[in-house]
Write a protein that binds this ligand. Sequence first.
Ligand code: HEM
Length: 167
Amino acid sequence: MLLTDIERAHIRRTWRLVEQAALLETATKIFYDDLFATHPEYRDQFPKDLSGQITKLAKTLDFAVKSLDWDSGDWQGGAVERNSDLFYILTAMGRRHQRLYRVTNDQYGPVGASLLTALDLGLGQAFTPEVKTAWTKLYGLIAQTMQLGAVMRTPEDRAKAIQGATS
Ligand code: HEM
């Protein structure tokens, strides 16, 4: 399920559109409105004041677009080099999501769906079926890597486990 060159180009082009047309504020609003309308039970996990969220959504999408430059082999777990920054950033982000924000694996689907809704309504006609497929694949890869991070043990976890076993 890796992205083709054409799919990468679709994502880069539509992300530029979002940035240039100052669509981010609208897209952020659509994203949260849709997420909390379809899943009101998620509301309490997020801060009361959502005004800082535009930056977070922008960071997330920007990050997703940057990840396109990652070597495709890197997405395939075992082949990851120790210096693959993106892999460590994503797995750490997945761990924060699980441990700090209490995010469960089943929440990645609805969040992805609301993100696609926001891109669809924000981009209008530019959101063709091909563009949708490309963003869906990219979100899937990022979500999978974050979920992997949530179950990976950190060096600190291992140290604690050893301490626990010997004390
Ligand atoms: C591909 C999937 C996702 C990406 C790229 C992403 C990205 C981010 C980023 C960049 C932050 C800022 C803080 C940080 O880096 O730790 C954040 C915070 C947060 N995310 Fe996610 N997220 C994703 C999925 C989810 C899911 C599935 C949920 C579940 C409802 C979620 C809920 C939250 C919450 C509650 C926060 C902290 C509150 C806040 O300050 O907004 N995220 N996310």
